[in-house]
Design a protein. Structure first.
Length: 506
């Protein structure tokens, strides 16, 4: 258990934020820049040292070869013996110059020029370090005990074989100084570059920090309850799309806008749901209260009303409550997107039947039917549900207009792809403030459109059901109203424009 906890803490961010600091983008960028500069400086320094060393060694090798040639030429002009190294006394021989004579591949004499310009004979160990060098003019590096590292060469040919060498101490000293100078310069440069990078990166990442602060402020707002005030936004200076931080700021503002709009829509949905539940409860409570009241009359033996009339009222209220529940169930199924049973329907015949039914139910109104069609118009629809759409529009015109109102139903086909059903009346009209919500559930216009005397108020679901069923058939429903003219229009695609494949009944 302890190992698991410690492992989780290593992988996560420590509460104090120390882990985040070690792995922050700023620190990583500074480290990356510093490591890159170190690598570049190291490569440049190494290249400079190698090039300088090659150059100095080349110069030293040339001087060694020149010294050997001078030594060989001096021996040819001198009359000394086989061990004569007197040419070392000649002018131009620098201190540390080494010379040797050969005989049958063996060194028989070897001397070195000292700091005071004199010659000193090499010891046996020192001569042994020079062994194995052939007189072919090739250059060798040998470490001579007590003298240091030398570059040596031996020349033979037609002249007298001779070996000459010069110390490499000067070359090594120059290389060492070069390394020290480059190290100092690189260290100063890297420290300066690291500090400058840290300052520049910190300054460049400040907008990102402000964006993160805005996101943290929004994250602290309790979005799951209560009224949500206006959320914070990233400042305009941090929303420049030309920078990476600005792009993050723009996207964060878009996300906050989306969250606010979603919350506003959620509030509106919740308000509509509360209003819907309240309206549904009210509509159900009225018939339930009536049923309970009539039941008490019958149980108490009251003679105020006859049992037959009480049963009739109970049946009527039960039917009203059943109709309301069925309407709510139909809307719920439509909200779920359940498919309708579809078949080809003669639109003119269906509308005519609905008008005849409305004329029987509302004989005090004047009903007119106008078929502006060139021929039969067929739609792919559920005949029962489409009849319900037309019946609800006609019932709305009948219930919410006074007696004597003329209701005209027009069926027309503006083109081959669609047909339109128009229901007009010359009643008082719909208040302008009610038009935007006319197709919402439990919307009623009792305050402005008078009802027929003796009719019970509607539930406010008729137009909502008509709109939902029209949309389920792939059409749309519209309304326009003014005093003296109210028109509902239902536009449906014809059979050639809608799929005719049968589907399960709703």
């Amino acid at each position: 258990m302890d190992l698991t906890v410690r492992s989780g803490r290593r992988r996560g961010t420590s509460p104090s934020g120390t882990g985040l600091g070690r792995r922050s983008l700023r620190v990583r960028l500074v480290l990356f820049v510093s490591v890159t500069l170190v690598a570049v400086c190291a490569v440049m320094a190494l290249s400079t040292v190698l090039v300088q060393r090659v150059y100095l060694l080349g110069d030293l090798d040339q001087r060694v070869t020149d010294a050997a040639e001078r030594s060989q030429g001096g021996l040819q002009r001198r009359t000394g013996g086989a061990t004569d190294l007197g040419f070392l006394n000649e002018r131009g021989q620098p201190a540390g110059t080494l010379a040797a004579r050969f005989a049958d591949g063996e060194i028989i004499a070897a001397e070195v020029v000292t700091e005071d310009g004199r010659q000193r004979v090499l010891t046996a160990a020192q001569r042994a370090a020079l062994g194995g060098i052939t007189a072919d003019g090739s250059l060798h590096t040998r470490t001579v005990p007590g003298l240091g590292t030398y570059r040596v060469t031996a020349l033979g040919g037609d002249g007298v074989p001779v070996l000459a060498g010069l110390p490499m101490a000067d070359v090594q000293q120059v290389i060492d100084r070069l390394v020290v100078v480059e190290a100092v310069i690189a260290g100063i440069g890297l420290a300066t570059a690291a500090c400058a990078s840290a300052v520049v990166i910190r300054r460049q990442l400040r907008p990102l920090g402000r964006v993160a602060a805005t996101a943290a402020e929004v994250a602290r707002v309790p979005l799951d309850r209560g009224e949500v005030a206006v959320l914070a936004r990233v400042a305009a200076r941090d929303t420049d799309p030309g920078t990476e931080a600005g792009q993050v700021g723009v996207v964060l503002n878009q996300l906050i806008d989306h969250v606010e709009s979603s919350l506003a829509e959620r509030r509106r949905t919740e308000e509509r749901m509360r209003r819907f539940l309240a309206d549904a409860s009210h509509e159900l409570r009225t018939p339930l209260a009536s049923i309970a009241g009539y039941a008490e009359y019958m149980n108490g033996g009251s003679r105020t009303i006859t049992p037959e009339l009480a049963w009739q009222r109970v049946s009527a209220q039960s039917a009203r409550m059943t109709g309301l529940v069925e309407d709510l169930l139909l809307l719920a199924r439509l909200d779920e997107g359940r498919p309708l049973r579809r078949t080809e329907v003669n639109l003119a015949a269906l509308v005519a039947e609905a008008v005849w039914d409305a004329q029987v139910a509302g004989a005090e109104h004047a009903w007119r039917l106008a078929l502006r069609l060139d021929g039969p118009v067929t739609v792919v629809a559920d005949p029962v549900r489409l009849h319900q759409v037309v019946a609800n529009l006609l019932a709305n015109a009948r219930v919410h207009t006074p007696a004597g109102t003329e209701v005209t139903v027009v069926v027309e086909s503006p083109d081959a792809s669609r047909c339109v059903i128009r229901v007009r009346d010359d009643g008082p009209g719909i208040p302008p403030g009610l038009l935007p919500s006319i197709f919402e559930r439990f919307t009623r216009a009792d305050g402005s459109r008078s009802r027929t005397r003796g009719e019970e108020g509607g539930t406010g679901l008729g137009l909502a059901i008509a709109a939902a069923l029209t949309e389920a058939h792939g059409g749309r429903i519209d309304v326009r109203s003014e005093p003296g003219l109210t028109e509902f229009s239902v536009t449906l695609p014809t059979a050639g424009q809608a799929g005719a494949a049968p589907s399960p009944q709703l």
